[in-house]
Design a protein around this ligand. Structure first.
Ligand code: HEM
Length: 128
């Protein structure tokens, strides 16, 4: 059985991997690079994000702190949905380069917010 510390380490490693992959794919999107279509680029981010979520769910259960009970976890789930939506717009759905860029930047702002929520365990981490 994995202990909580190992799960948290895996979660943070997935956070770093997920961000690095999203950043790289965004740069390739802006360059209209064919590298975006490589097979591993289409598969690996989903694998990393699956582990990110699985480690999150395992920690939620082990710590007994649940979304819609603990405010900071509710904020994380809501922000995660926004991050996924903006990510889809940035890398796939948005029609113009400008709107893809805006969605890519917005997704990164949401990502930074999620990390700040995780570190402070506050839904409003930037409010004193
Ligand atoms: C993109 C999505 C996510 C990012 C960037 C992220 C980021 C992080 C980071 C950086 C930590 C480490 C905090 C520390 O060192 O104290 C953490 C911990 C944690 N995250 Fe996430 N997380 C994400 C998604 C989620 C989701 C969806 C949940 C569950 C609803 C979740 C639940 C947790 C829990 C329970 C911890 C452990 C808190 C503790 O006991 O210290 N995370 N997250």
């Amino acid at each position: 059985m994995l202990d909580y510390g190992t799960l948290k380490l895996a979660h943070v490693a997935c956070v770093i991997g997920s961000y690095a992959l999203f950043l790289t794919r965004g740069i390739w999107m802006l360059q209209e690079s064919p590298r975006l279509q490589q097979r591993w680029v289409r598969v690996v981010p989903h694998v990393v994000d699956t582990f990110l979520l699985a480690s999150a769910i395992a920690m939620v259960v082990m710590s007994g702190q649940y979304p819609f009970v603990a405010g900071w976890l509710t904020a994380k789930v809501v922000a995660l949905i926004a991050y996924i939506g903006l990510g889809m717009l940035a890398l796939r759905r948005a029609r113009t380069r400008g709107s893809r860029l805006a969605a890519w930047v917005g997704a990164q702002a949401v990502f930074i917010y999620i990390v700040a929520v995780a570190l402070t365990r506050q839904a409003l981490p930037f409010v004193a």
